[in-house]
Design a protein around this ligand. Structure first.
Ligand code: TRP
Length: 347
């Protein structure tokens, strides 16, 4: 065996590839919303980008400080989710936010480039504060997490950020910080980033009230059992006015059809189902049966790969340790460049 651990995991030709970075809060296992929104994109980016995936445990703590151990346990689960959907640790660096001191360092610097008023205007943060009922008691860390996210993105000099549309305000705030910093330094120390949005629209939660998210309890985990999938499909919001199969039904805002659009490989069949549903004569149970089939088919290979990988805890732990070590070099160098460009003294 060679000393693979000390060798650069990435061939030198990758040095010219654009950098992609995304993170996931370590509050719960990844779900179908992540899959439709950005995991599929990330798998594809492995062919074209130098990609980093960040397990955002520090960001998770901004609303889960009452249960830090849960956040700790979640890291390996998310690594397993990544590997199960086809993220290849030899082509993507998977790393842990809290183990990268440069991110905290950059966050402290950037906090001085952002006003509290600007943070309070961030639409995603505003919505999340409302959802959690924080009001004025919002933890300062929560209000400021877009700044820490700007540190995540810039510490890798990422220019591509594969995310769902709810994350657009974060990228906007990141770029404002980048522009302020570059102006202040009189040089382009850091590049601006852009979102890489998936073609699919934001996936609603199974209750149809908004986006799918663990904290809203309306998610289907990638690791969900066959029974849990069927149960979620049965509970799914359709058209409340569509009572008897003969009635004409609404397709827009009907969660079952949103999911078929996102996951059914047979677009013609979906178009036909929509047509019959609109006209009347197609019951919810028939459409749900199709969706159950489609989701079972999509999630079975993911669940099986995940189970095989989980059997050896050294696998996720090793992937995370190796990736974090790699990321520590990259982010440490960038933080040093920023300090130097600002004219701070380097010891
Ligand atoms: N806020 C993102 C989410 O809730 C997670 C995240 C943390 C992130 N750091 C990031 C996304 C950096 C993109 C880039 O899903």
């Amino acid at each position: 065996m060679t000393n693979a651990d000390s060798m650069p995991a990435i061939p030198t030709t990758d040095a010219v590839r654009p950098v992609a970075l995304t993170g996931d809060r370590a509050t719960g296992p990844l779900h179908l919303g992540h899959y439709a929104g950005s995991l599929r994109t990330r798998v594809a980016l492995q062919d074209t980008h130098r990609q980093y995936l960040l397990i955002a445990d520090m960001q998770a703590l901004t609303d889960t400080m009452h249960d830090p151990a849960k956040v700790g346990r979640m890291a390996d689960e998310i690594v397993l989710d990544y590997l199960a959907v086809g993220i290849d640790p030899d082509r993507t660096t998977i790393c842990l936010q809290s183990a990268l001191p440069a991110l905290a360092e950059l966050t402290m610097l950037y906090l001085n480039l952002v006003s509290v008023a600007r943070l309070e205007r961030n639409p995603t943060v505003k919505e999340e504060i409302g959802l959690r009922g924080f009001g004025r008691a919002v933890p300062a860390g929560f209000l400021c997490y877009p700044v820490s996210q700007a540190a995540d993105i810039t510490a890798f000099r990422a220019t591509a950020v594969p995310v769902g549309s709810d994350q657009l305000p974060m990228i906007e705030q990141t770029n404002e910080i980048v522009r302020s910093l570059n102006r202040l330094c009189g040089t382009a120390v850091l590049p601006e980033a852009r979102a890489v949005l998936s073609g699919a629209a934001r996936l609603p939660g199974i209750d149809g009230t908004g986006k799918m998210s663990k904290s809203r309890g309306n998610a289907i985990a990638l690791s969900a059992s066959p029974d849990a999938i069927s149960q979620a499909v049965r509970a799914m919001f359709t058209d409340p006015a569509h009572i008897r199969a003969e009635d004409p039904g609404r397709v827009d805002g009907n969660v079952v059809f949103s999911y078929l659009d996102a996951f059914d490989p047979d677009a013609d069949l979906v178009a036909d189902l929509k047509d019959r549903y609109r006209r009347g004569g197609l019951g919810d149970s028939t459409v749900k049966r199709r969706l159950d089939e489609v989701l079972q088919e999509a999630l079975r290979p993911i669940r099986e790969r995940r189970k095989a990988l989980a059997a050896d805890p050294a696998i996720p732990a090793g992937v995370l340790a190796r990736g974090t070590q790699d990321a520590r070099q990259v982010t440490g160098a960038v933080a040093r460049d920023v300090r130097r460009a600002l004219g701070l003294r380097l010891t």
